[in-house]
Design a protein around this ligand. Structure first.
Ligand SMILES: [Zn+2]
Length: 263
């Protein structure tokens, strides 16, 4: 039984009993932690503003015998208020919180993921290209969690793909160049060479650069499709935030159609 402090992002919050909330937190050194914050829903709670979803705080917790820790104090570092100004930004922030929640078991620290998440929230708050930020961070999470092919070499001939389309085998975690197309797997996505290059770039890029280069048009759409198929394949249940983001995209594409997400 012990008291500890950590830098933490609030991934989720749900109401509990009359005045409490149960939080899913992601800490720099403690990993994903479930915690109860008591009295947060009382009007005069000092904790309330410090532990809202998608905020970053230094949190003091008590770890006892229960599987849930108890938040005793929280000191808000960044609230990212401009994320909520734009539905696409909000949608991607929710997707990233969902992905971290789904991919990591409790109390398994990943400082790299923490830095990626915090940098992505900063970039979304700054108003950088939301889908580019979300995809760069999202594919990085998949790689850190071990769900990622070697994007740099064809799984058959071992050479770096030099022309598209490139086939991504989700089942076996391989990428096949255009010359090795005979290896077309059952669970596959095709992406252009340009999309593969963006992906390779994002995985090497420092997280504080996310969204400075924007992917658009068909590359954006095929990378989104690949990302959500990958997440679904690895977690075996759809992200709740995906539907939110898909609705935002439908609204923004308007009656003229534009690019549509698969139904
Ligand atoms: Zn090949």
């Amino acid at each position: 039984m012990a008291v500890y402090h950590d830098q933490m992002v609030v991934l989720k919050s749900r109401a509990y009993r009359d005045h409490d909330v149960i939080l899913t937190l992601f800490g720099r050194t403690s990993g994903k932690v479930g915690a109860i914050a008591k009295g947060v829903r009382r009007p005069k709670s000092k904790l309330a503003g410090q532990v809202s979803p998608l905020t970053f705080s230094v949190v003091t917790l008590y770890h006892g015998r229960s599987s849930l820790d108890t938040v005793t104090e929280a000191d808000l570092q960044r609230g990212f208020p401009r994320i909520a100004d734009d539905l696409e930004r909000l949608g991607w922030a929710m997707v990233l919180a969902d992905v971290v929640d789904q991919l990591w078991p409790e109390r398994e620290p990943s400082e790299e993921s923490f830095v990626v998440l915090l940098s992505a929230l900063d970039a979304l708050h700054e108003g950088r290209a939301a889908a580019s930020v979300g995809l760069a961070a999202g594919f990085r999470f998949l790689r850190i969690a071990g769900f990622s092919p070697d994007w740099d070499a064809c799984g058959a001939c071992q050479r770096p793909p030099q022309k598209g389309p490139v086939t991504v085998d989700l089942e076996n975690g391989s990428v096949y160049c255009a010359d090795c197309r005979a290896h077309t797997p059952a669970v596959a996505e095709r992406i252009s060479l340009g999309s593969l290059r963006s992906l390779q770039y994002w995985l090497k890029d420092h997280p504080n650069k996310y969204g400075q280069a924007e992917v658009k048009g068909s590359m954006k759409e095929e990378l989104k499709r690949l990302f959500f198929r990958y997440v679904l394949h690895e977690t075996a249940r759809p992200l709740k935030s995906y539907e939110f983001l898909a609705n935002v995209d439908r609204l923004s594409s308007g009656p003229e159609g534009g690019e549509k997400i698969d139904h």
